[in-house]
Design a protein around this ligand. Sequence first.
Ligand code: CTP
Length: 405
Amino acid sequence: MADPRKIILGVSGGIAAYKSAELVRQLRGEGYAVQVAMTAAAQQFITPLTLASLSGNKVITGLFHDGSDADTLNSAIEHVAVAQSGDLLLAAPATADVLAKFAHGIADDFLTTTHLAFDGPVIVAPAMNTNMWEHPATRENIAVLRGRGVTVVDPGSGDLACGTVGPGRLAEISDIVSRVRAVFAERGELRGETVLITAGPTREPLDPVRYLSNRSSGRMGFALAEEARRRGARVVIVCGPVSLETPSGCERIDVETTQEMYDAVMARLDGATLAVMAAAAADYRAASPAAQKIKKHGGPPALRLEETADILRAVGERKHGLFLVGFAAETERLEANARRKLQAKNCDLIVANPVGGATGFDTAANQGLILTRAGDVIRLDPMLKSEMAACIFDTAAALRLRQAA
Ligand code: CTP
């Protein structure tokens, strides 16, 4: 599984602060990681302990702790660390005070300082008394925020805690959560693209019972599929026999032999803009698989093998604008062998994996090198396959930008 996207949830003070408990619950239910930061006023309405329990993370309640100097220093820079680790900043409920501070760049507590240090998407879900919401100062602040690209989840109308009826009530929690989902999807760098991925081993039958195959688990290919989906792509995985769950939102085509994988890939090449061939497709198959089970009494059979189709090479020959990523699993001369494959199969980049050790087949981790046509070499120290998938797409994105320039 790739790391979940992290939401920095700023809770500010108003009666609607109690609804942040349900918001945290729903965001977690959607698979997001949540880091809550509460303003001092919010803590008057709901306890940090409640939100810490629901989010599974310590809640940040202030800019400075009263501890030792070292503590003070750590907490003084924590807003930068939190801002850097978050994928989205959501202020819900956002009071008139927080909206004004966001609009004017005032940074006098943890939430407002984090806001200034954060360079990702920001969503605000205001909640306040109707007069405060309709006050020209608030209207102007909202206009400034919208103009800056901030998503505003408008408050609903209804009975307010102060006894009035009108707009100002925090939007429905499910609406806030769907806006979060929409903002992530809109910002996916692969939005509008189709990514075609091969994964896992293939099996070549020797007889109706036996086959030739290899140790590939498909985990790297599936991590890539999940990452491409996270970045907004339509994803098609063509995979050999693997025991992995399909990442949500991906289309999966199961095949058995290299020829079936070849046919499935070729049939889907037209719409694809990026292809990653991560499968360990069998290079050889029995020239004439036995129709019946091979019996022992005849002595050890002589196996005559023939080459299978090379899918990556075939895609490389027809790629027309498609960005092509290959893999090279090597037991020796990692960089030289991988570079040869990069050229021979006309890839834009290739990921070279050393076989063996704590990384590789059927492990959560992987390591290796990314080689580009321009001769760049990027070292990938041992890391989770999900992290490696992110590095591969980051490198591809940078190269595509360079190619387009
Ligand atoms: N590949 C493929 N179809 C095949 C064999 C390999 O698409 N029939 C792809 C793999 O998915 C990988 C790349 O080619 O992206 C390199 O695969 P690898 O097995 O490392 O190399 P081979 O080309 O088989 O070369 P060698 O056997 O010499 O290592």
